[in-house]
Design a protein. Structure first.
Length: 317
């Protein structure tokens, strides 16, 4: 019986071998053939260009630092007996205040090509990140930072308009589809002008306030920074975002960032409200209360009162 089974198995194997192409290639089923075909993005409202509508978010830690970085105890550190330890202002946060590691989103060698002066500014910012980062005070994040914060954003577009709403601070962008006049003034989110290049939506961003940062680690832009974004769908639920950043007063050469965006689905596909201005009122204005609350607000109020008294005494001499 065992011999018969062995003979049948051998015959079956030989039959299978005869159906295989002799050149080593394999036959492809219709399902395999469909999978192998190049993916093409669903067309948008104009029937010509991809549909970018939806809620998008990142799965990286670039908002902490757009350059590659290891995990660390806090954003703001001070010298410790053996290694740096969290600054007194954040030590109570413990693990919540720690910085997760990240591979970075800066392309090429992974380093921002700062001028010597700009690098010194970045280092000074980093040393006082908790005190100086505009995000802490709920200022609008600027571009490209708004696109890789931990909170999602939603793209709305038709054949005549493109609008992007960000969950953080209720920030918004109206992307002009016809070349606009020069911006009347600089602003946190700048002025955006978009056009299609095939299936890629290209947006030029100018006239941002130089006080916007690129991340929580003090990386900066300048007075005349120009950003050229490229939004390219790569599947039904992913999109590649790339941006070239240039400003001769801050960088020695143009440089690029790149990362993937992921489309939310189901009940997750909606923005929540995070209008954080009211959340930072105590931080920014608590010292102006008639009776400041104990803590940083009271300490600041006392310090400013002492400074005013010293100035008045000096003027009275």
């Amino acid at each position: 019986m065992n011999k018969l089974v062995s003979v049948l198995a051998l015959a079956t194997a030989l039959g299978a071998c005869q159906t295989m192409p002799m050149d080593g290639s394999s036959t492809m089923s219709s399902a395999d053939s469909s999978t192998a075909m190049a993916w093409k993005a669903k067309r948008g409202p104009d029937g010509v260009h991809p549909d970018l509508n939806g809620v998008w978010k990142v799965m990286n830690t670039a908002n902490y630092n757009i350059e590659a970085h290891p995990a660390s105890a806090a954003l703001q550190l001070r010298p410790g007996p053996y290694v740096p330890v969290p600054d007194a202002s954040v030590v109570a946060l413990g693990a919540i205040g720690a910085v997760p590691a990240g591979v970075g989103i800066v392309q090429g060698d992974g380093k921002i090509p700062y001028t010597a002066d700009a690098l010194a500014v970045r280092d000074a910012n980093r040393a006082k990140a908790v005190d100086m980062d505009p995000e802490v005070k709920c200022y609008l994040p600027g571009i490209p930072r708004a696109n890789y914060m931990d909170k999602p954003f939603q793209i709305f577009h038709s054949d005549k308009a493109v609008f992007i709403a960000y969950e953080f601070a209720g920030a918004v962008r109206n992307v002009f589809l016809e070349e606009p006049d020069p911006a009347p003034a600089q602003s946190w989110m700048g002025q955006s002008y978009g056009r299609w290049e095939g299936d890629t939506f290209v947006v030029e961003v100018t006239d941002q306030l130089p006080t916007t940062w690129l991340d929580r680690s003090g990386n900066i832009k300048g007075e005349d920074t120009k950003i050229v974004e490229r939004w390219t769908p790569t599947s039904d639920f992913t999109m590649r975002y790339e941006a070239e950043i240039s400003d001769p007063s801050v960088y020695t050469k143009p440089w690029k960032i790149g990362f993937n965006l992921y489309k939310a689905t189901g009940e997750d596909a909606q923005l929540q409200q995070f209008k954080c201005v009211e959340f930072v009122e105590e931080l920014m204005y608590g010292h102006l209360r008639k009776n400041p609350l104990p803590g940083p607000a009271l300490e600041r109020a006392k310090r400013e009162a002492e400074e005013r008294a010293a100035e008045e005494a000096e003027l009275g001499e």
